[in-house]
Design a protein around this ligand. Structure first.
Ligand code: AHG
Ligand code: MN
Ligand code: MN
Length: 313
């Protein structure tokens, strides 16, 4: 447990907590820069026009869709951070090169605004970030050096790992991220499940697995936003999120680089597991930027059981 003389754990700011980890100063700087950028993303989510890209606002200025605006905010911050080599986001068609390896020590893959279609109905959304050392973004997720997400809900929270546990921070009245939970851990098995995709497109094994979960009393809790849905499973410490393979979509919906790898790293760090049903998410070597994979992620025994049901089908 992080302790600083004269301070309770509720006053520990993100930067201080990061400095107490065994990581380079540049990585501390990068994570803090992303956290800063997200303060502008929150502002856009809270008050920005819910426009469609290409339309104009009251003043005749071009309006940006919130996901495009969020992408620009984070991209600009990363460019000016001074420690980034390459970056890529869900909104980009190709890798954006910033500087060579001597100057840019890290590369970042991110989803600037996950669940952007939920903003107009005022549901929770988030930003998801994956960080690698060096310039290579096409590496297995197990090689991430940090992962984090920021959840824009009734409160704003930030959850990160640098490979030494999972820690949650909440934004206070001064817009600072202060420590609220350190070393978040998941139980082996849970009683909530969060299932994406149309159920009538589930394969027989997935359908049987869901019936098994329901029979053992698991409750359905699904918001349609990956960040709040994962945050619920993680912070309650008991449950499973899935976006399985569907009839007609063998790779499900969620993207490996921007969504699955960072969440898998965080959930594994909390003692959970993340699998496609046949292999560990973090072991997949990406072949394309927009690669998708089915996912079962959460309590380790529940993920294991999903694999058994899929194998048996
Ligand atoms: P994005 O808004 O970045 O395209 O991703 C949305 C994702 C994710 O938030 C959620 O888990 C999933 O889409 C929900 O999909 P369904 O509407 O098919 O359930
Ligand atoms: Mn997304
Ligand atoms: Mn998105």
């Amino acid at each position: 447990m992080y302790k600083e003389p004269g301070k309770t754990k509720f006053q520990i700011e993100l930067r201080r907590h990061l400095r107490a980890q065994d990581i380079p100063d540049d990585l501390v700087h990068l994570i803090c820069e992303i956290a800063e950028a997200c303060k502008y993303v929150i502002n856009a989510v809270r008050t920005g026009d819910l426009g469609v890209a290409g339309t104009s606002n009251l003043y005749g200025e071009e309006q940006l869709a919130l996901d495009v605006l969020s992408d620009r905010i984070i991209k600009k911050r990363l460019i000016h951070s001074g420690v980034v080599c390459n970056m890529v986001s869900e909104e980009m068609d190709e890798i954006f090169h910033v500087s060579d390896e001597r100057a840019g020590k890290y590369s970042v893959a991110y989803d600037p605004l996950d669940g952007s279609s939920l903003v107009d109905v005022n549901l929770a959304v988030g930003t998801i970030v994956s960080i690698y050392q060096g310039c290579d973004l096409m590496q297995e997720g197990s090689r991430q050096v940090a992962a984090m997400y920021i959840l824009y809900g009734p409160r704003v929270s930030l959850v990160y790992t640098v490979g030494n546990g999972v820690h949650e921070f909440t934004m206070n009245h001064l817009n600072e991220f202060t420590l609220t939970r350190e070393n978040v851990t998941m139980k082996p098995s849970g009683d909530i499940y969060s299932p994406g995709g149309q159920r009538n497109k589930y394969l027989p094994g997935v359908e049987k697995y869901v019936q098994h979960l329901e029979a053992k009393g698991a409750k359905l809790r699904y918001s349609g936003g990956f960040v709040p849905d994962i945050n619920q499973v993680l912070m309650k410490g008991k449950g499973l999120f899935m976006y399985p393979m569907l009839n007609g979509s063998p790779n499900g919906k969620l993207r490996l680089l921007y969504e699955l790898n960072p969440m898998a790293y965080i959930v594994e760090q909390a003692g959970g597991a993340a699998s496609t049903g046949t292999c560990r998410i973090l072991d997949i070597k990406p072949e394309s930027l927009d690669q998708r994979a089915p996912v079962f992620i959460g309590c380790s025994e529940d993920v294991e059981l999903a694999k058994e049901f899929l194998n048996a089908q």
